[in-house]
Design a binder for this molecule. Structure first.
Ligand code: AMP
Ligand code: GLY
Length: 421
C-alpha cells in the first residue's frame, strides 16, 4: 500500500491531536505542519515561520513539495480566507470547506439567515448594520439578551447582556469603537437561551453527514464557569446528557437540514461542521456553527476514535462518507487545558516549561509551545491539553489531573472542574 504524505495547517492542540491520529494510519507517510508546534514536531516536519494565515507562503510551500498528497486545513482563519479554494485551483486534494461554505462560521449573519430560511431551530434574532438602529432596539428588547459580532473574533465576539446598560456598552464596543475591526460592522442581537450546551463535530462529504461522539466544552476561564470567555479550557467526551433520542432528533432537524440548506445555496460543504447546540428538555437549537474541528473538543474526541482518520478524510473528499461507520473505544475522555497567566487577554510568552513523565495512555497535546535555544518555552495563551481516558468520567478526570501535576511553567493555570458538568 502506497503511503501518502500529508500537510496539516495549524499549530494548536487540535492540530496536534489530528497529526497524532494521522501518524497512526498505515497509509500515512511523512507529515508536514505549518506552523506546527513543539509537540507536533515529534511527529511532523514543522515550519514555525509559516503562519496559518500566511496564504502566499503556504501556497508556495505546497508548490515546492509535490510529494504532498493531501492538505488538511484545520483553523478558522485560513478557511475563511479561502485557502481551500486556492489549493483546489491548484488541483490539490484538500480536507476542509471552501470559503463560501465556511461562511457558516465566518458570518453569524449568514448562518442565522440560513437557519431562518430553511427552518433550522435557533434563537430568535435581529440583524443590524446601523449602530443607531441597533442601539434603539436595545431599548425595547427582553433581557438577558445576546449580542454577536458578525465576523470572526477569536471567540470573544459574543456578549451575554443581563441588562440594557451592559448591552449598550457592549454594542458601542463592537460597532462604534470597532473592537473586532470589520468583524463588528454588523451584529446579530438574539434571544438568550437556557439549557445545557453540547458540541457535535460531524464529518461531511457534501451529501452525507456523519456525527462524531458528542462533547462538552468549558468556555469560561475559571472554575464554576466564571471569568471571561476563552477558546475553551477543557472538554469531555461523550456527553451522557446528549441521549440517543436527542442525537436522533438533532440529526433529523438540524444536521441533515443544514447540509441540504448549504447545497441549496450552492455552498457544498466538505470537511467538519461543528454544531454548537443548546438543549432544553427535548428542544434543541443551534447556538453556533463552526466550519472545522473544535478546540479543545477534538482533543477529547479523537483519542476515542478507532477509525483511520486518513481514510475518513479521503472519504469526505471523494464523497464516499456513506461507506464509513465511526467506532470508538468505550472509555470516557477528559481534556484539561493549561493556559498562560492573563489568557484570554494579554499573556506572557517565552516561559520555560518543565514536563514530568506521563502515565501510559495519557495524551499531552501541545498548543502554544516552541523550542527556543534548546529549551521548551510557552508561545501562546493555551499551552497544553492533557487528555486521559477511563472507564467512567471520574477516573478519566482523576487521571488527567494527576498527570497535569507533572507540568509546570511560570503563570500556568487550569480549571479544576473539567468533567464535573
Ligand atoms: P458562540 O460563539 O455563538 O457559540 O457563543 C459563545 C458562547 O456564548 C456559547 O457557547 C454560549 O455559551 C453563549 N451563547 C451564545 N449564544 C447564546 C444564546 N442565544 N443564549 C445563551 N447563551 C448563548
Ligand atoms: N471550543 C470552541 C471552538 O472550537 O470554537
Amino acid at each position: 500500500m502506497k503511503k501518502r504524505n500529508i500537510l496539516v495547517i495549524g499549530g494548536g492542540g487540535r492540530e496536534h491531536a489530528i497529526v497524532h491520529k494521522l501518524s497512526q494510519s498505515r497509509r500515512v507517510g511523512k507529515i508536514y505542519a505549518l506552523p506546527g508546534n513543539a509537540g507536533i514536531a515529534a511527529l511532523a516536519e514543522c515550519h514555525p515561520e509559516i503562519a496559518a494565515i500566511n496564504l502566499p507562503a503556504i501556497l508556495m510551500f505546497v508548490r515546492s513539495h509535490p510529494d504532498i498528497y493531501m492538505t488538511v486545513v484545520a483553523p478558522d482563519d485560513p478557511l475563511s480566507m479561502g485557502l481551500v479554494d486556492r489549493l483546489d485551483d491548484m488541483c490539490c486534494r484538500v480536507f476542509g470547506p471552501k470559503k463560501k461554505a465556511a461562511e457558516i462560521e465566518s458570518s453569524k449573519v449568514f448562518a442565522k439567515n440560513l437557519m431562518k430560511k430553511y427552518g433550522i431551530p435557533t434563537a430568535a434574532y435581529e440583524v443590524f448594520d446601523d449602530y443607531q438602529a441597533a442601539d434603539r432596539y436595545l431599548e425595547t428588547c427582553a433581557y438577558p439578551t445576546v449580542i454577536k459580532a458578525d465576523g470572526l473574533a477569536l471567540g470573544k465576539g459574543v456578549i451575554i447582556c443581563p441588562d440594557m446598560e451592559t448591552a449598550k456598552a457592549g454594542l458601542k464596543n463592537i460597532m462604534k469603537d470597532a473592537a473586532f475591526g470589520s468583524a463588528g460592522s454588523s451584529v446579530v442581537i438574539e434571544e438568550f437561551l437556557t439549557g445545557f450546551e453540547v458540541s457535535v463535530l460531524a464529518f461531511c462529504d457534501g451529501k452525507t453527514v456523519l456525527p462524531m461522539a458528542s462533547s462538552q466544552d468549558h468556555k469560561r476561564a475559571f472554575d464554576g464557569d466564571r471569568g471571561p470567555n476563552t477558546g475553551g479550557m477543557g472538554a469531555f467526551c461523550p456527553s451522557d446528557k446528549y441521549t440517543p433520542a436527542l442525537a436522533a432528533k438533532a440529526y433529523e432537524t438540524i444536521f441533515l437540514p443544514t447540509v441540504a440548506a448549504l447545497n441549496a445555496e450552492g455552498r457544498e460543504f466538505k470537511g467538519v461542521i461543528y454544531f454548537g447546540l443548546m438543549i432544553n428538555g427535548d428542544d434543541i437549537r443551534v447556538l453556533e456553527y463552526n466550519a472545522r474541528f473544535g478546540d479543545p473538543e477534538t482533543q477529547a474526541v479523537l483519542p476515542r476514535l478507532k477509525n483511520d482518520l486518513f481514510e475518513i478524510f479521503e472519504a469526505c473528499i471523494n464523497g464516499a462518507l456513506d461507506k464509513i461507520t465511526l467506532e470508538y473505544v468505550p472509555d470516557y475522555s477528559v481534556c484539561v487545558v493549561a493556559a498562560s497567566r492573563g489568557y484570554p487577554l494579554a499573556y506572557e510568552k517565552g516561559k520555560v516549561i518543565s514536563l514530568g513523565n506521563l502515565a501510559s495512555g495519557v495524551h499531552l497535546y501541545h498548543a502554544g509551545t516552541i523550542v527556543k535555544d534548546n529549551r521548551l518555552v510557552t508561545n501562546g495563551g493555551r499551552v497544553f491539553g492533557v487528555t486521559a481516558l477511563g472507564p467512567d468520567m471520574e477516573s478519566a478526570r482523576q487521571k488527567a489531573y494527576d498527570n497535569m501535576k507533572g507540568i509546570s511553567f511560570e503563570g500556568m493555570f487550569f480549571r479544576t472542574d473539567i468533567g464535573l458538568k
